[in-house]
Design a protein around this ligand. Structure first.
Ligand code: SAH
Length: 466
C-alpha cells in the first residue's frame, strides 16, 4: 500500500489554494464542501471563483505567492501550470510541516486527493495512488451507479437511532444483528423509498421486541421493454435482494438473469383469453409469499402502471396490509419510439400523444374513435396486433386519412427488434406478409414519417410499404 487512506477534518481550518483556473476552482469547491475556510492566491480568477469570491465563500489575495505566510495554513493545494511555482509551494510547505498537494504531480505531494462518491455522511474514496487518475474516476463512475443516492438518508436515519438502540439492546452482538436486519431489510427499503415516517414507526416497533420485522414485502417493478440497460438503478438493486420472483412473458431472459441467483423463479405468463382467473391467482401468490416473510419481486414488462394491471395487484397487498413498493419502468411506447427513431411528439407534427389498448373484446374494439383521429396527435396502440385490421379500418371509417403513416415495432429495444413502416391502408397486409408476432407496438401519426431520417443506427431489420 503506497498511501494510508485517511479522512481529514478541515472544518474551520484555514486552507490555501494557489492558482485561479478551473482546476483550482474544483479544489476550492471541494474544500468548501468539507467546511474549510478557503483562501486563494492568484493573479487572475476563473469566473466560477469570481462568483464564489463575490458570495464571500472564499477570500482572494491577488498577490504573488512569495507574500504568503504559509505556516498559517493547515493545508495547501497548488493548482497552477507554473512548474517552478508549484515546486516552490511544495518546498515551503514541507519546511513548515504543512500538508501539501500539487495537482497532477505525485512527487510534490504529501497527500493525494481521491475520486469520491459522496453520500454524506458516507463517503467512499477511490485512489490509484497517482498511477491513473482516469482509471480511479472510471471506477468511481461505476460505484456511483451501484450505490443509491438515498444511502445518505439511510446513514442519517441510522445515526438518529444509534443511541436509542444502544440503550435498548445492551449486548454488542445482539445489537449488531439488529442493525444488520434493519439496514438490509424492509425498514431500510422504506427509508430508501422516501417513506421515512413508516420506517420510523417500524423501527420503534422492532425496538419494542428487540428484533427487526420478519414480515415479507412485495416490489412491483417495471422491467422496461427488453433491453436490460433500460432498467432503473432501483429496479436492479431490488432484483438483487429478493427471495422469489414472479415474472411474465414480456420480461426478457437477459433481465431475468440479473435477478439474485438464489431467488426462486416463478413464471406467471399470461395468455390472452384466460388471464382473468390468472390475475387473481397472481395477486394471491404475492400475498401468500409475503406472509411467509419473503421478499417478493413482481417483475413486469415496461411500466407496471401502463396496461400492466399493477393497480390491481397492489390493491390486494394494501388490503392485506403488506408493505410494497412500485418501481416505474420504461414503457414500450418510450422504448420503441426512441430505439425506432420515431419521436412521439414533435413541434411540427404532434402536440399530443395518446396510449390506448387495442385488445379485442368479443371480437370488437371498444375505443373512443373521435379522440383518436384528432390532428397533430400520435396514437400508440398496445396489444393491438390481433385487432390491427379492425383498428385501421375503424380509424379510416371515422375520418383518419388512409395514407396516415403508421409503424409496427416488434420486440422493440431488443437485438431482435424489427420495424415496419407503412400507412393505415398497408399495415394490416404487412402483418400477414411479414409474419409479425407479439410483442408488437403500433405507432400511428405523422411522426412515423421521420423514422427514415432519424433511425440513425439500423440495427433492426426493417421494411416499408407505401
Ligand atoms: N406494461 C407494459 C405494457 C403491457 S401490455 C409497458 O408499459 O410497456 C403488452 C403490450 O405492450 C404488448 O402487446 C405490446 O403491444 C407492448 N410491448 C411491450 N413490450 C414491447 C416491446 N419490447 N416491443 C414492442 N411492443 C411491446
Amino acid at each position: 500500500m503506497d498511501y494510508l487512506p485517511l479522512f481529514l477534518n478541515v472544518r474551520e481550518r484555514l486552507c490555501l489554494v494557489v492558482g485561479g483556473g478551473a482546476v483550482a476552482a474544483r479544489k476550492v469547491i471541494l474544500l468548501h464542501r468539507a467546511g474549510a475556510i478557503v483562501k486563494i492566491v492568484a493573479l487572475k480568477l476563473h469566473e466560477q471563483l469570481q462568483e464564489l469570491a463575490q458570495r464571500g465563500v472564499i477570500t482572494v489575495q491577488q498577490t504573488a505567492f512569495s507574500d504568503i505566510e504559509i505556516k498559517d495554513y493547515y493545508l495547501v493545494i497548488a493548482a497552477t501550470d507554473d512548474k517552478i511555482l508549484n515546486t516552490q509551494v511544495y518546498q515551503m510547505a514541507k519546511v513548515h510541516g504543512v500538508l501539501v498537494n500539487v495537482v497532477d504531480q505525485p512527487s510534490l505531494c504529501n497527500f493525494i486527493l481521491p475520486a469520491i462518491i459522496d453520500r454524506s455522511p458516507i463517503i467512499i474514496a477511490v485512489s490509484s495512488g497517482g498511477a491513473s487518475p482516469v482509471l480511479a474516476r472510471l471506477l468511481r463512475a461505476r460505484l456511483e451507479t451501484l450505490i443509491p443516492h438515498a444511502y445518505a438518508r439511510l446513514a442519517q436515519f441510522a445515526a438518529r437511532y444509534r443511541n436509542r438502540v444502544k440503550q435498548q439492546i445492551k449486548a454488542v452482538r445482539a445489537r449488531r444483528i439488529f442493525w444488520e436486519q434493519v439496514l438490509q431489510g424492509s425498514i431500510a427499503e422504506r427509508v430508501l423509498a422516501g417513506q421515512e415516517m413508516e420506517a420510523e414507526k417500524a423501527l420503534e416497533e422492532a425496538l419494542s421486541v428487540n428484533s427487526a420485522p420478519s414480515q415479507g414485502e412485495v416490489y412491483l417493478v417495471g422491467a422496461g421493454p427488453g433491453d436490460p440497460d433500460l432498467l432503473t438503478f432501483r429496479a436492479l438493486r431490488l432484483m438483487q435482494q429478493v427471495d422469489v420472483v414472479l415474472y411474465d412473458r414480456l420480461v426478457s431472459a437477459e433481465i431475468l438473469d440479473l435477478v439474485r441467483r438464489e431467488a426462486e423463479r416463478i413464471y406467471v405468463g399470461k395468455k390472452r383469453a384466460w388471464h382473468v382467473v390468472r390475475q387473481e391467482q397472481i395477486s394471491t401468490m404475492l400475498v401468500e409469499y409475503a406472509k411467509e416473510g419473503k421478499r417478493v419481486l413482481r417483475l413486469k414488462g415496461g411500466d407496471p402502471f401502463i396496461f400492466g394491471r399493477g393497480g390491481e395487484e397492489i390493491a390486494s397487498l394494501a388490503a392485506e396490509k403488506i408493505p410494497f413498493q412500485v418501481v416505474p419502468g420504461i414503457t414500450a411506447a418510450s422504448g420503441c419510439a426512441c430505439y425506432g427513431g420515431i419521436p412521439l411528439t414533435h413541434r411540427d407534427y404532434a402536440h399530443t400523444c395518446i396510449f390506448v389498448t387495442g385488445q379485442l373484446k368479443e371480437g370488437q374494439l371498444n375505443l373512443n374513435w373521435q379522440s383518436l383521429i384528432q390532428p397533430q396527435q400520435t396514437v400508440v396502440v398496445y396489444m393491438g396486433l390481433a385487432g390491427l385490421g379492425l383498428l385501421c379500418q375503424q380509424l379510416i371509417a371515422h375520418g383518419m386519412s388512409s395514407s396516415m403513416p403508421a409503424a409496427l415495432v416488434q420486440q422493440g429495444t431488443t437485438p431482435q427488434q424489427r420495424i415496419f413502416t407503412g400507412t393505415l391502408a398497408t399495415l394490416p397486409r404487412m402483418v400477414m406478409n411479414e409474419k409479425i408476432h407479439a410483442p408488437t407496438l403500433i405507432i400511428i401519426g405523422k411522426v412515423v414519417a421521420l423514422h427514415s431520417q432519424l433511425a440513425w443506427f439500423h440495427t433492426s431489420q426493417e421494411s416499408s410499404c407505401k
